[in-house]
Design a protein around this ligand. Structure first.
Ligand SMILES: C[S@@+](CC[C@H](N)C(=O)[O-])C[C@H]1O[C@@H](n2cnc3c(N)ncnc32)[C@H](O)[C@@H]1O
Length: 209
């Protein structure tokens, strides 16, 4: 594996203006599920193996990791899983047609702990609006994190959009007890290994875009 940076600042000017962001388009009749901040695509690889008919796309801001992971996916013959290089904080409208995504997964977004770096966090009302816009009616948004502050930030943004745009699949202002999908992200495995608490949320889109 080449040397790949652990973190990049999503507000760096060249990452706010990525020129070659693709339009993600599944084949006719094919469902599209998307992980935002997919890293090495471990979560999507699990899903892709379990469901070969669906297209699984990961959005990732570290270009070298996208190139490397897509090479590995090609070598593994997993044709329904791929990463795209893009910045979820600004590129959602370019990536996805309105109403085209069945599920979004936001697994362990970067915490950016220092107060002066909080503006780099991806979770917030703007991203939730973009996600809602791209979801099919009844589509799902799954969020998981081991950082309680981030889980509350996501829940606050989503509950503010209930019931007209999102509804909590469990109960209002509630966390899920377990991951309902046949997949685990790399960070999720690490957290489970060291016994860290994971906060999980599942919301459904209640309207078309
Ligand atoms: C903490 S890692 C979690 C990776 C994976 N989802 C997991 O659960 O193991 C966060 C990932 O999001 C990516 N990322 C951070 N900001 C992003 C942005 N604005 N757009 C796309 N990807 C981003 C990072 O490069 C990193 O791979």
């Amino acid at each position: 594996m080449p040397r790949i940076r652990l973190h990049v600042n999503p507000l760096k000017s060249d990452l706010l203006e990525i020129a070659d962001v693709p339009r993600v388009a599944p084949a006719a009749g094919q469902a599209l599920d998307v992980e935002l901040g997919a890293a090495e695509a471990h979560f999507l690889i699990d899903l892709g193996r379990a469901d070969p008919a669906t297209l699984f796309v990961g959005v990732e801001i570290r270009r070298e990791l996208v190139v490397f992971t897509n090479g590995e996916l090609g070598r593994a013959g997993l044709t329904n899983v791929r990463l795209v290089f893009a910045n979820m904080s600004v590129d959602m409208p370019r990536l996805f047609a309105p109403g085209s995504v069945r599920r979004f997964f936001l697994n362990f977004p970067d915490p950016w702990f220092k107060a002066r770096q909080h503006k780099r966090r991806v979770i917030g009302p703007e991203l939730m609006e973009e996600i809602h816009h791209a979801l099919t009616p009844g589509g799902e948004l799954f969020v998981q994190t081991d950082i309680f502050d981030l889980a509350l930030e996501a829940m606050g943004a989503l509950e503010t959009m209930a019931p007209t745009r999102f509804v909590n699949a469990h109960a209002p202002w509630s966390f899920l007890l377990a991951n309902p999908y046949p997949a685990k992200s790399r960070r999720e495995r690490q957290c489970e290994g060291d016994g860290s608490r994971i906060w999980r949320l599942l919301y459904r889109s209640t309207q078309g875009p």
